[in-house]
Structures are given as structure tokens and as C-alpha cells.
Design a protein around this ligand. Structure first.
Ligand code: LLP
Length: 424
């Protein structure tokens, strides 16, 4: 029933005297008119604020932005400008980061199944280090490094057997993961020993990532304790504790701040020697709340006694998270951001699937009608980056706004773009 809470919106979101919402000094309705819908609007200042907070909490050089959350060349430039490193999980992510002018030695390569080509590319370009995920990859990496005559810095990705959402942190029973070397069955230690015998691969440290969108950072802290007890006796210099700091998507959720996360990580790693570099890899916490998606309502349908549907001009192709994870979102009218939201509706997309749901149970203003703009906040992470062309729906435009200026960082796809991969 309540109006949308401003805390779910980007930092510079403002209700203008005339009652409409602006972000970065730009009226959302004007942006929609200029660039069309669906439209991703990113608040550049918000992203910079989160990067700076992360830098203040961990040291900017120790923060590695997880590019999978959202990446384009302008985003890569921005986080690089803010002093962060970039976590790339594929050759494609590395390519985009390098194309943005980010030096390779500010990039870290991840991935549970890196190809020889990807390893070759990363080593040739000179990434800072590679996070090794399996014995097969170790062999492959040794081979590629030998072929190139290169010395390569590596971290080992360790699966600690703890899960961010469980309470049983000392248990090493839950090792069922495709990622990393299991700590519990001795694989992680065997990988350490293998690397110590290598003349090409230089083991600098360990990497852990125990989960994503964690709202209880005490859980993260306890999981880090488990990692630290494995890491400490090895005498290594570099420990990455992963990403995972959650964000509030809906009014009932509250997320810890970057600073609170920093306090927990510092406390959990306090026993390590002072010269150990402790890195974090936030993705979502940097970028999720920096953006909103603006849609136009195309149809409404009331089924008395059943429910009301509101269909927008996007859906699962620009935000697959509700379908994939059952994730919740809020909806509001950017032209009436202070409006009460008494109507309960299901917001759906335009795809040929009943499961194409944007919000299962949304509260929207009574004023919502066909042609209205409807926005979902907190869509900056894992939205555009997981977008698809299902039903040959073209990907939305993405704009960065700041100080009253909007710039397109990803143009809207056209029908012609749908043919660009055709041969000849
Ligand atoms: N580091 C590693 C090694 C990761 O695998 C991930 C995320 C991160 C850092 C960043 O995690 P974050 O701080 O964003 O939680 N598509 C899912 C999230 C997948 C996360 C995969 N790995 C979603 O939309 O919720």
C-alpha cells in the first residue's frame, strides 16, 4: 500500500517539486520518452559511491569488482577509474574489460572450465592472476604457461564445505559444488602441494566464494573463520574471500552496508600476518541498487475473483531473475513516485511463456493504466548481464545518468541486430 521507499532507489533519486522522479538530475519520464522503453537507467554517482565505500573499507586495490553483475566498456572504465580491480570469469568478459582500456594486470581470471584459448589469452595479455578451479585446469595451465614460456601467478579456488545460508559452518560435509577444490576431502591441500612443485605457476594465495546475496554478514564472517584456519598455516600472501554481500530488493529486506561488511571481514582475518593481502569481490553490492528498469504498460486484464494482470513491454528477456530464482521486486510509477500502491497485480512480460513473470504479487498505484510507465528498482545486477533475445525480443538500451546528463552506454538493439550473426 505504501509508496515506494526511496532507500530502494539509486542514491541520487529525487522526487521533484512537480512530483515526478528524477535520477542523476534527469526526469525518468523524459529519459523514457527520449530513449524508449524498456530502459535501464544507471545512476553513475551511486556506482561511484559504492566503489568508494568499498575502497574505504578494504583498500581500493583490494576490491575486485565481479563484472558478471554488469559489464560494458563504460562500466569497466568507471570501476577502473575508481581504483577497483576487475574479476572476469570468461575470455569474453576479459575482452570487454581490455577493450575499455583496463590494463590486464588489473584483471583477475576466474571460471570453472577455462579453455586453453582463454588461458592463453589471459596469460599473453598479462592478467594479475588466475584463479585455478580444478586439477584438469592445473594441467592445462601448466601446459599453456610452458608453451608461452611464462610465469603465472595463481590462486587456488577452495570450496570450504560451508554454505552462506546455513548455520553449520564447521561442517565440511556440504561439498557438492562444481566450483573449486574441496577442502574436506583433501583436494585443496593436494592442489597446494602440486602448485608448490611447479616451476611455471606461482601460488600466491587462496580464493573462496561461499554464496551470493547474503544479507546476514555474521554468516559470512563465520565462513571466513573456516577459510582463515585453512589458509593461515600455508604462509601464503593473498586471500580472496569472495563477494556475496546482499542488497535489499523489496521493502521487507534490509542489507548491511559495505562498511559493516568490512568490519566483519577485518575481524575474521585479524589473526593473519599484516602483510597478507585480503581481497573481496563484490558484484551485486556495487551495482544492483544503482539502476531501475522502466517499462511501459501495454495491457491490463482483470479476472474477477482470480487476479489482475499488468503486462509490460519487457520481461524475462531483460530480467530472468524472478523466473530463475523466484526473486521479488517492487514496482512503482516514476511519474507518481509518492503515490500509494493499493492495487495488487501480477506484473508479467511480453514473452510467450506463462512463467514470464516480473513480479508475482506487486502493489501498484490505482492510477496505473495502459500507457503508464512502470519501474522496477534494484535491477542493476544480473539483469542486463543475463538478458537474452528470447522471442527475438531486442535488448533494451542502457543509459548512465549524472548531473542532468544521460549517455547511452548500450544502445537499444534493432531488428537488424537480430541478423548480425547470420553467415555472409
Ligand atoms: N566472486 C565469485 C567467484 C563469484 O562467483 C561471484 C558470483 C562473485 C564474486 C560476485 O558475487 P556477488 O557479490 O554479486 O554476490 N545470477 C545470480 C548471481 C550469481 C552469482 C555468481 N557468482 C543472481 O542473479 O542472483
Amino acid at each position: 500500500m505504501d509508496p515506494i521507499e526511496l532507500r530502494l532507489l539509486p542514491d541520487t533519486a529525487l522526487i521533484e517539486p512537480a512530483g515526478e522522479l528524477s535520477i542523476g538530475g534527469c526526469l525518468v519520464s523524459s529519459l523514457a520518452a527520449q530513449f524508449g522503453t524498456p530502459l535501464f537507467i544507471y545512476d553513475e554517482q551511486h556506482i561511484r559511491n559504492r566503489c568508494r565505500e568499498a575502497g574505504e573499507s578494504f583498500g581500493a586495490g583490494n576490491v575486485v569488482y565481479a563484472t558478471k553483475a554488469f559489464l560494458c566498456t563504460e562500466m569497466a572504465k568507471l570501476v577502473h577509474e575508481e581504483g577497483l580491480m576487475l574479476d572476469v570469469a570468461t575470455g569474453g568478459e576479459l575482452f570487454v574489460a581490455l577493450s575499455a582500456g583496463v590494463p590486464a594486470n588489473r584483471c583477475v581470471l576466474h571460471g570453472n572450465n577455462k579453455s586453453s584459448d582463454e588461458l592463453h589469452y589471459a596469460i599473453r595479455e598479462g592478467v594479475h592472476h588466475i584463479v585455478v578451479d580444478s586439477f584438469d585446469e592445473l594441467e592445462r595451465l601448466e601446459h599453456v604457461a610452458g608453451f608461452l614460456g611464462a610465469q603465472v601467478s595463481v590462486q587456488i579456488r577452495v570450496t570450504p564445505g560451508v554454505h552462506a545460508h546455513t548455520h553449520e559452518f564447521v561442517s565440511t560435509g556440504q561439498d557438492d559444488s562444481k566450483f573449486g577444490f574441496n577442502m574436506g576431502n583433501g583436494d585443496a591441500m593436494r592442489a597446494v602441494e602440486t602448485l608448490r612443485r611447479s616451476s611455471r605457476l606461482n601460488l600466491i594465495g587462496l580464493h573462496f566464494h561461499i554464496g551470493s546475496n547474503v544479507l546476514d554478514i555474521e554468516h559470512l564472517g563465520k565462513a571466513i573463520d573456516v577459510m582463515v584456519s585453512f589458509f593461515a598455516p600455508l604462509g601464503l600472501s593473498d586471500l580472496t574471500v569472495g563477494g556475496g554481500l546482499g542488497v535489499a530488493y523489496v521493502a521487507s529486506e534490509h542489507a548491511p552496508t559495505m562498511e559493516q561488511w568490512g568490519t566483519v571481514v577485518r575481524r575474521a582475518t585479524a589473526s593473519l600476518p599484516k602483510d597478507v593481502v585480503v581481497r573481496v569481490e563484490p558484484g551485486r553490492a556495487i551495482v544492483a541498487s544503482s539502476a531501475i528498469t522502466v517499462y511501459t504498460v501495454g495491457t491490463q486484464k482483470d479476472i474477477p475473483g482470480v487476479r489482475s494482470y499488468v503486462a509490460v513491454d519487457g520481461g524475462m528477456s531483460d530480467n530472468p531473475r524472478p523466473m530463475m530464482y523466484g526473486s521479488g521486486y517492487e514496482a512503482f510509477m516514476p511519474t507518481l513516485p509518492s503515490a500509494l500502491r493499493p492495487r495488487n497485480v501480477r506484473v508479467v512480460g511480453k514473452h510467450c511463456e506463462s512463467g514470464d513473470i516480473v513480479i508475482e504479487e506487486a502493489q501498484v498505484p490505482a492510477e496505473l493504466e495502459v500507457g503508464s510507465l512502470l519501474a522496477t528498482p534494484v535491477t542493476g545486477a544480473y539483469g542486463y548481464s543475463m538478458a537474452s533475445n528470447y522471442n527475438m525480443v531486442t535488448k533494451p538500451a542502457v543509459v548512465f545518468v549524472k548531473d542532468g546528463q544521460a549517455r547511452v552506454v548500450r544502445r537499444r538493439e534493432t531488428y537488424e541486430d537480430l541478423l548480425t550473426l547470420n553467415p555472409n
